[in-house]
Design a protein around this ligand. Sequence first.
Ligand SMILES: Nc1ncnc2c1ncn2[C@@H]1O[C@H](COP(=O)(O)OP(=O)(O)O)[C@@H](O)[C@H]1O
Ligand SMILES: [Mg+2]
Length: 251
Amino acid sequence: MIVAIANQKGGVGKTTTAINLAAALALRGQPTLLIDLDPQANSTLSFLDMSTVSRSMYDAIADGGCSMADVIVESPVPNLAIAPSRIALAKLEAKLVGEIDAHFRLKDRLAAVRDRYPNIVIDCPPTLGLLTVNALVAATHLLIPIQSSYFALEGTDDLLETIDKVRARPNPALQILGVLITMHDKRTSLARDIRGQIQKVFGSKVFKTVITKSVRLEESPAYRESIFSYAPHSSGASEYYSLCEEVIDRA
Ligand SMILES: Nc1ncnc2c1ncn2[C@@H]1O[C@H](COP(=O)(O)OP(=O)(O)O)[C@@H](O)[C@H]1O
Ligand SMILES: [Mg+2]
């Protein structure tokens, strides 16, 4: 299973979901690889000290002499490896202009390590550009986090259009694993309305698990820990664990 976590909106919970889903999968004992495709490197920073990162996904994708195995590093979490990002990734689009295999680079590079990692999670940047398209071409599944907020569904048409394009040619097998409601506030009636709206649009694709607002989820990356070691008894830990079970059931 290669799950891309994508939504071109920023701040909807992509990175929080990528790091904690990857950690939950790793906790179950299977080798898991978290690929950070966002130049802002938030997933990378959630587990690693940047001063220890020498090569990044930029090198793996742009440089023919550098393989995925050359950039992957172990994280402090057992069974969890990271393919780190660096700000250099922001230059990738310009670098690949005109390259005939520009959309297939990640898929091709991943082929060499796929057997080693039964679970691969890809954290995407907040755009629908070349990096996200590379993730969608390489992925078997897509998970879309949607923030429980007034403008929750704004922009989803563009995302669905991109998914249709990717499915039309480069990756017909791409499946929408599900839509995840994040940063939900159970107490407000607005949040309940928004949840209803999201369910109306995406129906059974919406995960039963809803991620509620939690300070612990915000804090854990600063300590370079997943929610499972930082606050194992928090709502965030139990919600991301049950998301992981749903993901495994659906995949
Ligand atoms: N369930 C949550 N409760 C509280 N804060 C959250 C939650 N999920 C994410 N956040 C915070 O919201 C901000 C944006 O989340 P992030 O996962 O980085 O989104 P994205 O990767 O889509 O930009 C971060 O500061 C993150 O810590
Ligand atoms: Mg992010």
